[in-house]
Design a protein around this ligand. Structure first.
Ligand SMILES: Cc1cc2nc3c(=O)[nH]c(=O)nc-3n(C[C@H](O)[C@H](O)[C@H](O)COP(=O)(O)OP(=O)(O)OC[C@H]3O[C@@H](n4cnc5c(N)ncnc54)[C@H](O)[C@@H]3O)c2cc1C
Length: 342
C-alpha cells in the first residue's frame, strides 16, 4: 500500500504533538513500492529527506520542506531456529512493543527489559534503544534496507552497524540515506535475566515468580509510574543523552558534588545522570506557557498543550546552557531536531 501527499499535517505522526507539515510525504508497506517510487519520481533527489518511524524521538521546529519517507512495513516471521535461539525477521513498521509482547508471549528472551519503549522496529535499530540494563544491539543479527544513494538493497551485519550508546552508523554516515526495511533479531529460548538495574528485581517479585512475563509487567509498571504518556502530554522521552566524561573529570566533579550519581562507562570514562544535572539547576517541574520540564523526570521535556516546537527547543537550549555553566558538562541531545532555525 502506498500513501502519498503534499503539505501533509504531521501532528499525529510524532509524539511531541506540535504543529508542523511535510511538503511531501510518502508511506509504503512493501519494499517494492519504494523501489518503484524511486524509479518513477526522479525529482525526489532535489529534496531534503527525512525517514520517519513513529516520531517518538523527533522535535519539529518548523514545517519540513522536503520529502518524508515512512517505511511502514508490517510482519514478524521466524527465519530460523535451533535448540537455544530463534531468529525473527521483523518489518521496520512493526511497533516495537508489539514485538516485545510477541517475544515474551512465546517465551523468548532478550528484549523484555525494553518493554513499552515507543516507536517502530526500524528506528529501534537506528537508535540502539536501551533501558534497564539492555540494549537492542546485543540481539540484532542484521539490518536490511534500501540505500538511497545507490538505490540498492543492502544488509548490514550487526558488527557493521557501528553500535554504541544510543548511536549507530544509521544515525551518522547513513542518516536519512539508508531506509531500514527489516531487522533480523536473535532471541534466547533459555534467557538469562538482567535484573540488576534500579528496582527491577523487587518490582518483578511483586508480580510473582521471576520470568519473562513478570519482568515485562514490572518494566511496564515502573515506566508508567515515572514517564509521561505521550498521549496525555506530548514528549519524546529523554531529551538529552547521559553525558560520558573522562575519569579525572568525573573525580573532580565528585569532589565538588559528593552526591552526584556516576556509573561506570567504557575504558577510563564514567556516565553521569543528565536528569540529576538538570534537576540540580532547578528545572524539574519548570513550565513556560505550554513548554515545560516534567515534574517527575527532569530529563523529559513536555508539551502541555499548544507549545510550538521552537518553544520546546528554546527551553532545551536554556537547560543545556545552565548545565554547562554550573557543571562544565556538555549535554548532547538524544532527540532529533528537525528543521532550521531562523
Ligand atoms: C515516553 C517515551 C519514552 C522513551 N523511552 C525510551 C527508552 O527507554 N529508551 C530509548 O532508547 N528510547 C526511548 N524513547 C525514545 C524513542 O522511543 C526511541 O528513540 C524510538 O526508537 C524511536 O522510534 P520511532 O519509530 O518513533 O522513530 P522516529 O522518532 O520516527 O525516528 C528516530 C530516528 O530514526 C530514523 N528512522 C526512523 N525509522 C527509520 C527507518 N526505518 N530507517 C532509517 N531511519 C529511520 C529517523 O530518521 C530519526 O533519525 C522514548 C520516547 C518516549 C516518547
Amino acid at each position: 500500500m502506498i500513501r502519498s501527499y503534499t503539505d501533509y499535517p504531521l501532528q499525529k505522526h510524532h509524539t511531541f504533538g506540535t504543529s508542523a507539515t511535510a511538503r511531501y510525504y510518502f508511506e509504503f508497506t512493501e519494499t517494492e513500492d519504494m523501489k518503484g517510487f524511486l524509479a518513477t519520481n526522479r525529482e525526489w533527489k532535489n529534496h531534503e529527506i527525512l525517514i520517519l518511524g513513529e516520531g517518538s524521538n523527533l522535535l519539529f521546529i518548523n514545517d519540513f520542506q522536503g520529502l518524508i519517507i515512512n517505511p511502514n512495513i508490517p510482519g514478524i516471521s521466524i527465519a530460523y531456529e535451533d535448540r537455544n535461539n530463534i531468529w525473527l525477521e521483523v518489518g521496520a513498521g512493526v511497533k516495537w512493543d508489539d514485538l516485545v509482547e510477541y517475544a515474551v508471549f512465546n517465551g523468548w528472551g532478550g528484549i523484555e527489559n525494553l518493554s513499552l519503549i515507543p516507536g517502530k522496529v526500524g528506528a529501534a535499530a537506528v537508535q540502539n534503544i536501551g533501558a534497564y540494563g539492555m540494549e537492542i544491539q546485543t540481539q540484532i543479527e542484521s539490518v536490511s534496507g534500501i540505500d538511497l544513494e545507490t538505490q540498492t538493497e543492502i544488509t548490514f551485519e550487526e558488527s557493521e552497524c557501528e553500535y554504541s550508546y544510543r548511536d549507530s552508523i544509521f544515525k551518522n554516515k547513513l542518516k536519512n540515506r539508508f531506509i531500514i526495511t527489516s531487522v533480523s533479531i536473535k532471541l534466547d529460548k533459555f534467557p538469562e535475566f538482567i535484573l540488576n538495574y534500579g528496582d527491577l528485581k523487587t518490582e518483578t517479585e511483586k508480580h510473582g515468580a521471576i520470568n519473562l512475563r513478570n519482568i515485562r509487567k514490572a518494566v511496564i509498571a515502573i515506566r508508567e509510574s515515572k514517564l509521561p504518556d505521550p498521549k496525555v502530554y506530548g514528549n519524546a522521552g529523554s531529551f538529552f543523552k547521559n553525558p560520558v566524561v573522562e575519569t579525572p573529570v568525573a573525580d573532580q566533579l565528585l569532589a565538588t558534588y559528593p552526591k552526584m550519581p556516576q556509573y561506570p562507562g567504557s575504558v577510563n570514562t564514567r556516565k553521569l545522570a543528565a536528569g540529576w544535572l538538570i534537576e540540580q539547576c532547578g528545572w524539574k517541574g519548570f513550565r513556560r506557557g505550554d513548554a515545560g520540564v516534567h515534574e517527575k523526570q527532569a530529563l523529559v521535556l513536555v508539551n502541555y498543550g499548544k507549545a510550538s516546537g521552537k518553544e520546546i527547543f528554546d527551553l532545551s537550549e536554556e537547560i543545556r546552557q545552565s548545565v554547562q555553566e554550573r557543571f562544565g558538562v556538555e549535554l548532547e541531545r538524544e532527540v532529533n531536531v528537525i528543521g532550521s532555525l531562523p
